[in-house]
Design a protein around this ligand. Structure first.
Ligand code: KPL
Length: 309
């Protein structure tokens, strides 16, 4: 069984490491500009602090993706940022008519985008992994978390393939019937933690304290209302929030990592998506809209001409 990983950010690099270990081989699909960096090798600092140098067994250049380049692969795990997803899916579609495609992006609605292109070959994975980049070619994993695998089209063959790959990598996997429940549960937690940590430049754990915790709760409750109106039962999202704040207290959220690195954020797919869908189904989402506006402003202004630095 051989798979590819496209997008070597924190999650992609961590998965690549587990696939090389568990499956004995794995292909990295990287942009030409990253070829040198990835060829020189990658590093993963595991939960227990141990350091592991590793390399993909094969490297394919994203810009050269074609049938030959993905020959022998059963699935590709697409770990790009949400804003790079459409281009990634389009290139993969042109390269292969048989690959299973697993998407792992935060927010709403990467799975919908993949379904439009790949139908039953599209699988979505919601993960609670906590990983951060700690250099150009290195990541630190503070928790491997769990992997919930499913598709809106049900238990397709590709759902089985993707789950099996993750199992062989000794990750904790669950095939779920209703992937939207998991997508929305994660979205609710991200809708609070990601923008607030990015705006305030604090670790996730800071949000356990008032006055921030009350705001955090109100944001996840807005998301739950939108989900409910869309027919998705998300259960007790405040319990989810408490659990994640506790288990990732020391983490730098992915959005704060993006802001610190001067990258674009995924705010349009998180709070932006909640606000848009809220409008569509008649659920007011003033807090999600405010988070979206503030992070958009942060992206544009940064420390630039209107800032003080
Ligand atoms: O998914 C995350 C992220 O940072 O994007 C959380 C759960 C907030 C952990 O940091």
């Amino acid at each position: 069984m051989e798979v590819g990983v496209l997008g070597l950010g924190a999650v992609g690099t961590s998965l690549l490491y587990r696939f090389v270990q568990g499956l004995g081989r794995a292909t990295a699909i990287v942009r030409r500009r990253s070829l040198g960096r990835v060829s020189r090798g990658l590093e993963l600092v595991d939960v227990d602090g141990s350091r592991h140098r590793f390399s993909p067994t094969r490297i394919v250049v994203f810009e050269d993706l074609c049938e030959e380049a993905v020959e022998g692969l059963e699935a590709v795990f697409v770990c790009t940022k949400a804003y790079d997803l459409v281009e990634a899916l389009e290139r993969l579609r042109r390269a292969s008519e048989r690959l299973c495609i697993a998407t792992l992006q935060n927010g709403f609605d990467p799975h919908g985008e993949a379904l439009k292109v790949f139908g039953p070959r599209a699988v979505h994975v919601v993960t609670t992994i906590a990983a951060a980049r700690i250099g150009d070619s290195a990541v630190r994993v503070s928790s491997w978390g769990r992997f919930f695998v499913g598709s809106r089209l049900g238990a397709t063959g590709c759902v089985e393939v993707v789950a099996e790959v993750l199992r062989r990598a000794s990750l904790e996997v669950e095939i779920v019937k209703n992937i939207d429940e998991w997508i929305w549960r994660k979205l609710a937690v991200n809708a609070c933690i990601n923008p607030l940590t990015a705006l305030l430049r604090v670790r996730n754990g800071a949000l356990r304290m008032e006055p921030l915790y009350g705001l955090c709760r109100a944001i996840v409750e807005e998301v739950a209302e939108v989900a409910k109106r869309l027919g998705v039962d998300v259960g007790n999202v405040v319990d989810d929030l408490d659990r994640v704040l506790e288990s990732t207290a020391n983490n730098v959220s992915s959005m704060l990592q993006d802001v610190l690195a001067g990258r674009r954020t995924e705010i349009d797919w998180i709070n932006g998506a909640v606000a848009r869908l809220g409008k569509r189904v008649g659920v007011p989402t003033p807090l999600n809209e405010a988070m979206w506006r503030l992070v958009k402003a942060l992206e544009v202004l940064g420390g630039g001409e209107h800032g003080l630095q």
